[in-house]
Design a binder for this molecule. Sequence first.
Ligand SMILES: C[S@@+](CC[C@H](N)C(=O)[O-])C[C@H]1O[C@@H](n2cnc3c(N)ncnc32)[C@H](O)[C@@H]1O
Length: 485
Amino acid sequence: MKHHKHRPPREVLIDGFDARGGGQGLDANGTRWSIRGAPAGALILAVGRNYDGTRLALVKPSEDAVPPPCGVFGVCGGCQWQEMPAQRQRDEKGRMLARLLGELGGEDHGVVSAGEPYGYRNKIELTFGTARYLLAHELNTEIKRVGRWLGFHAPGRFDRIVDTPDCALASPAINAVYARVRADVYASDLEFWDCNEHTGFLRNLILREGLDHDVLVALYTAPGTEEQAAWLREHAPGWGATCVGWFENQTSGDAATGDLREVLVESGRGLSIAASLGGIRFQLSPTAFFQVNVAGAELLVDVVRRYLGVGGSVLWDLYCGAGLLGLANADRFERVIGIESVEPAVVDARANAEFNGIVNATFVAGPVEKLVGTLVTPDAVIVDPPRGGLHPDALKVIAGLAASAGTPGQPDARVLVYVACKPTSLLRDGKLLRAAGWVCTDRLAVDLFPQTAHIEVVTRWVAQRAGHLSPGQGGAPPLDAGSPG
Ligand SMILES: C[S@@+](CC[C@H](N)C(=O)[O-])C[C@H]1O[C@@H](n2cnc3c(N)ncnc32)[C@H](O)[C@@H]1O
């Protein structure tokens, strides 16, 4: 096994970002480091193995530095980039992507975003616990580690809670309801969950916002007594939520999961709220997959639609979640076929199709890599895989579509829109797509997650019979970073 040497702390001037979102820069010896949570332009004191650094201190902020608005910034693990202005964040993401993905080819349309750089999240998930993650200034003070705490998990510490009074990324409506729930549970004598002893009552809290600032609350607890039930029935109506569900979790695991024990506040539509995106209406249950930044996701839907072009006979929507991208394009294809491995998401996708009167979309539950080879061949394909990218067996089938374009019985040209949440996975898959004959024509990134290092990249690929179309034809003009929004 290779042993990495610990270096003494070094000052590093950050000049950009790597694909993991680590700040890159040189120390005085000219050695390049990667440091998580290090803002561009800043001088950082870092320590680490083999120049994979941990930030010890901010020696000198960048000239355009802004004060982070959040009291637990850098600790809860949700945001890494609050010290940089939003435009700088986008510029740095764009530079990183141009360096990383340039070899795939295609026109680079930059990075776009929509809505506010804070308060954009329509869903947060918090955890109750008995061990607090102490911040540097809280060590050796009267604040004790053991107690009753509600907030986010400290990164890498499943057993420590960062006591979080509000979240700068969450919408104002979510923070308002959260503040009331938090005040009530702290004022109560209900026990919080001890994840080591597997004792206590309150476990997880999900808050989700839909249309008209409606907020859904899902509270996960250990199996409750009549006394605890009475407390919940008395207090839940005062939280200002549209609906509140109480779920009992019999397991010892961390996840927010369980059986519905009671709807504590009823919206008239059961335990769900309405949402709208890409011209499609959704009914959201507490755990249904839905884009968390709706203003940003509108851009995403728009660019996918433009990249698909005029439409055709069959559209595959692979890794379809609750059907958003396929449903938003069902008006331009005779048939849409969605595949998704999570069964409840498929149930939601079918319900969403019905709710919107869309009759030409079929959703199939199962792994893409098993099912994709059995489908009727498409004119266009959307893939929106998880961070790991395409499964090799799925990639093989999709790559093979390039060779068959223009052969007897097949469309003359095919379009593939690859939506990626991890650019390095896109790079790996993109190289194989290129080798198989797909040509990347366009690339645009949507900054769905300001203040974080995450970025969503949309690429458009074409495969065609030689001489039939030139790359870039057959689609609508792409959105680019110069467009409004
Ligand atoms: C990035 S999300 C896509 C969301 C969807 N396109 C949307 O915009 O709402 C990726 C989805 O892939 C699903 N998934 C993960 N692995 C899968 C597999 N092997 N086969 C099918 N679906 C999978 C996940 O459950 C998740 O819903």
